[in-house]
Design a protein around this ligand. Structure first.
Ligand SMILES: [Zn+2]
Length: 91
């Protein structure tokens, strides 16, 4: 995984809200303002991200995988099913 040193370099998948707010304050581009506000809203969302699909986990549907990371129950079922299939293919 590469660390992006410049806040204005290639967008890392999940920037901190501070980085987004800083860029929001500086951009004159209206279209970019709209997308930055959406990104900022997402960054301020305190729900954990699913480690499988990278979407936010609601507490009702959130489970933890074997590594203790937040995952959707559905995603976990799919992951375990795929793992079993691939394990079966190896044996
Ligand atoms: Zn998920």
């Amino acid at each position: 995984m590469t660390i992006v040193s410049s806040p204005f370099g290639p967008a890392s998948p999940h920037r901190s809200w501070r980085q987004i707010a800083l860029e929001l304050a500086r951009t004159p581009n209206r279209q970019q303002v709209i997308s930055l506000i959406a990104e900022l809203t997402d960054a301020l969302d305190s729900r954990p991200r699913c480690s499988i699909c990278d979407q936010r986990c609601d507490l009702e549907s959130c489970k933890t995988d074997e590594a203790g990371l937040a995952v959707h129950e559905d995603c976990l079922v799919i992951k375990l099913t795929l793992k079993r299939v691939s394990d079966d293919n190896h044996s």
